[in-house]
Write a protein that binds this ligand. Structure first.
Ligand code: NDP
Length: 457
């Protein structure tokens, strides 16, 4: 039986134990929050330029360790080395971007009779960040770095399967000279350490990324303390391909295979207009057959393993052996492998077409016209991202306004940039991360009226 007090980190490509780390319990969370609450007011009181300088030093330190962080992510999460380098670079770039925000956290001056009215963005205090295993480094960074820049302290609980890069980032923060206990990482189980962080009265806000079910529980628990929460949850995003689209670009299989499909923005519902449906299916079949799946440390590999045996079993439950599908190949033997797959015989209301599978599996569905495309695209409780492909600019504008999702791309599959807002409609989440308002999300607005009439006599 596994020891609840320690976490065994497995290499998903080999199933070998990479590291064993102690699992934090509720008392460890209490102690970490107390330490964070002690250091936070001093951090918030620093001149913004000093906070910015320290965060830039942290960014420089991360920059010197990009390759090391990337290799660690390959080992604990099975990310391809190319992706992992991008992820470490994303953490560095976000630090620099957030550092630039400390001196631009501007209030406003609002005309009011009899005096001056000004607003301030006050830091919240201690922020609890709960991160998932699919993008351990970027998601830890998105929740934590803007919060630090806005004058808060952070206690981060990474996923139990992937604590290593987050722990290393916290070491690098100290090495760069950030105050001790300002950015603490506490690996642990969700139902103990995660819940303790959510329930702690001195944690001023929770930033949670993960499944919609757990997010709902986190929100309910936060509601008891009227604690603000940002939720980045699941997705089942559409890729809407009209007949006039550049089909090869539109049907890039990495729109749903990146990170082995363990991506909340994966375009796993491929909606194709009827006249080009057959052609699209043939293109996808060729594309899947050429995807190199294997050792994620190999520079030529395009898709690595899934995170765990549990995730492979979950994905397999949506793909019966005899299901009509296009299939690529994946390695046999040790490791958590699943081949790239496109299901071709699903109905729009089947579980595979409606639920977040979180693996390298998409469904291919036909549509008739623009109205049908929008109806299908919106026929989901999720609303995180999506792509649409057409050469008709009027249609691109109409459809991008009609699809109910937070992050859309037209004639592109891109969705996340640290300098643009990211988050979901409907059950994909609440609130936004990143972008120009990233720091403000970690503040309370204070309104102060200053009378010019002098003290009352
Ligand atoms: P969870 O949502 O359960 O886990 C995400 C994070 O929350 C982890 O750090 C987890 O800790 C923690 N957690 C779990 N339970 C609680 C709780 N009660 N209170 C506070 N924190 C908690 O996702 P799973 O790892 O179970 O993955 C299941 C499915 O969720 C996936 O197949 C996928 O569909 C979806 N998912 C979506 C993600 C997204 O980015 N939208 C990311 C990850 C998963 P621990 O690691 O100990 O469980």
């Amino acid at each position: 039986m596994s020891d609840p007090h320690e976490l065994k980190v497995l290499n998903p490509a080999t199933e070998e134990v990479v590291a064993t780390v102690p699992a934090a319990g509720a008392q460890d969370v209490d102690a970490a929050v107390e330490r964070a609450a002690r250091v936070q007011p001093k951090w918030a009181a620093l001149p913004p330029a000093d906070r910015a300088r320290q965060l830039r030093r942290f960014a420089d330190t991360v920059d010197r360790h990009i390759e090391e962080l990337a290799r660690l992510e390959v080992r604990e999460a099975g990310h391809t080395i190319g992706n992992a380098r991008w992820e470490a670079g994303n953490a560095r770039d976000l630090l620099l971007y957030a550092a630039g925000g400390t001196e631009r956290l501007l209030g406003s001056q609002i005309p009011a009779p009899g005096g001056w009215n000004v607003t301030f963005h006050e830091p919240l205090g201690v922020i609890g960040v709960i991160a998932p295993w699919n993008f351990p480094m970027p998601i830890a960074a998105w929740g934590s770095f803007p919060a630090l820049a806005a004058g808060n302290a952070v206690v981060l609980k990474p996923a139990e399967t992937t604590p290593l890069t987050a722990l290393r980032l916290a070491e690098l923060a100290l090495e760069a000279g950030l105050p001790e206990y300002l950015f603490q990482v506490l690996p642990g189980h969700g139902h103990t350490a995660g819940r303790a962080l959510v329930d702690h009265p001195d944690v001023a806000k929770i930033v949670f990324t993960g499944s919609t079910d757990t997010g709902r529980e986190v929100m309910e628990r936060c509601a008891r303390l009227v604690k603000p929460v940002t939720l980045e949850l699941g997705g089942k995003s559409p890729n809407v391909v009209f007949a006039d689209a550049d089909l090869e670009a539109a049907l890039d299989p990495f729109s749903f295979l990146d990170n082995a499909g363990q991506d909340c923005c994966a375009r796993t519902r491929v909606l194709v207009q009827e006249p080009v449906y057959e052609e699209a299916r043939d293109l996808l079949a060729d594309a899947l057959a050429s995807v190199v799946v294997g050792d994620p440390a190999d520079e030529k590999t395009r898709m690595g393993p899934l995170i765990s045996r549990r995730q492979v079993d979950r994905v397999r439950s949506y793909v019966p052996e005899d299901a009509p599908a296009l299939r690529g190949v994946a390695p046999d033997g040790p490791g958590f492998w699943f081949p790239p797959t496109v299901l071709t015989g699903e109905r729009p209301d089947s579980p595979a077409a409606g639920e977040e599978i979180f693996g390298p599996v998409a469904v291919l569905l036909p549509f008739t016209d623009e109205e049908d495309a929008v109806r299908l695209a919106n026929d989901t409780p999720y609303g995180l991202s999506g792509s649409l492909w057409t050469r008709d600019i009027g249609r691109a504008l109409r459809v991008s306004r009609a699809v109910r999702a937070g992050n859309l791309s037209v004639n592109s599959h891109s969705s996340v940039r640290y300098w643009t807002p990211f988050g979901g409609f409907k059950q994909s989440g609440l609130g936004r991360e990143l972008g120009p308002d990233a720091l403000t999300a970690f503040t309370e607005t204070k309104n102060v009226f200053i009378s010019t009439e002098g003290p009352a006599q």
